[in-house]
Design a binder for this molecule. Structure first.
Ligand SMILES: Cc1cc2nc3c(=O)[nH]c(=O)nc-3n(C[C@H](O)[C@H](O)[C@H](O)COP(=O)(O)O)c2cc1C
Length: 313
């Protein structure tokens, strides 16, 4: 771990450390002196003041657009929607013709407002601050707009989704039988439930999430075994024909000593009897969980029983 008292840091490592701060993604735009649009991807956007209405974004001195931005009348900040990753990538490449085939229009300053963003702010320059290898552009907001679409997120060098992905949303809202389960881990052990009829071992699941007071629901079943959990993340969502499966990553809140019930039991990762699970999708999910638990970095699986996509959580 780097020491903050050291005078010089490894640039790449410092960038990685800053990257732990989760942000949205913006495209900052302006017009050059000939009216040609110019823009770059930025996550240094910050709201600054309500009265007067100010925001800031910092631009690298080395950026192709730096001189254009500092000389322009103003600039616009476009906050990207979660399906605008490729736009973000295009505007993160230096100097190319980024606006080709891109729909945009001007508002007050003429700086490009990009189609289908979740919010935009058209600004005149308020102040520019020299800040090391960047220049901080502080803008006074002249006009803005926003909508309810899910924004794109960025953390640790990767795009992240804040909302349900379209695939997940479709899965959750489509008709058919739903099975909800939870992956619950404690000290290197995972909670599995034995089906009293078939003998099969599976993560605990039910037809509904419910709550601790509803017998037979997922949370009710766990509560009656002395296990209190929170279900903050979806870990896998998949379907097979009309059956849908959603597995949450459970966060253990409290655990009664009297946990050992007839069906629920914590198994050491290394002592899971995989042949008793006998379900390829569940085995793949549990193996992924054990791998990701060791790395401390989780993802989400969306698809069907055989194939799907892994998204960063
Ligand atoms: C998610 C993300 C965030 C970025 N944030 C910034 C930023 O805040 N400031 C900046 O100067 N460059 C930032 N960049 C890099 C620029 O987008 C990149 O250097 C781009 O090439 C600059 O365009 P230009 O050289 O054509 O002006 C970011 C890139 C990505 C992918």
């Amino acid at each position: 771990m780097a020491d903050s008292r050291e005078a010089e840091f490894d640039a790449r490592d410092l960038r990685r450390a800053f990257g732990n701060f989760a942000t949205g993604v913006t495209i900052v735009t302006t017009l050059d002196k000939d009216g040609v649009p110019c823009g770059f991807t930025a996550n240094s956007f910050t709201s600054v003041s309500i009265d007067p209405p100010l925001l800031l974004v910092s631009i690298a001195r080395a950026a192709y657009g730096c001189d254009i931005f500092t000389a322009a009348r103003g600039f616009a900040v476009n906050i990207l929607a979660q399906d605008q990753r490729s736009l973000s990538n295009r505007f993160a490449r230096a100097g190319t013709d980024k606006f080709a085939e891109q729909q945009w229009y001007g508002a007050v300053t003429g700086s490009p407002i990009i189609d289908k963003v979740v919010a935009w702010f058209d600004c005149e320059h308020f102040q520019q601050v020299d800040a090391g290898d960047h220049i901080i552009l502080i803008g006074r907001v002249l006009r803005y707009s926003y909508n309810t679409h899910a924004p794109l997120g960025f953390c640790r060098g990767a795009y992240v989704s804040f909302g349900l992905t379209p695939g997940m949303l479709q899965l959750v809202s489509s008709p058919g039988h739903l099975r909800v389960g939870a992956i619950i881990e404690s000290e290197g052990k995972i909670l599995l439930e034995r089906n009293p009829d078939s003998g099969q071992l599976l993560p605990p699941s039910s037809d509904t999430v419910g709550n601790a007071g509803i017998p037979g629901s997922l949370l009710g079943k766990l509560a009656s075994a002395g296990i209190e959990v929170d279900l903050p993340f979806i870990y896998a969502a998949y379907h097979e024909h009309s059956e849908r499966f959603i597995y949450y990553l459970g966060e253990l809140l409290s655990l009664d000593d009297a946990i050992e019930t007839r069906t629920l039991h914590f198994y050491e990762f290394d002592h899971i009897t995989w042949e008793e699970i006998n379900d390829a999708a569940i085995i793949a999910m549990l193996e992924r969980f054990i791998r990701e638990k060791r790395l401390g970095n989780y993802s989400i699986y969306i698809g069907n029983r055989q194939s799907g996509e892994i998204h960063p959580a």
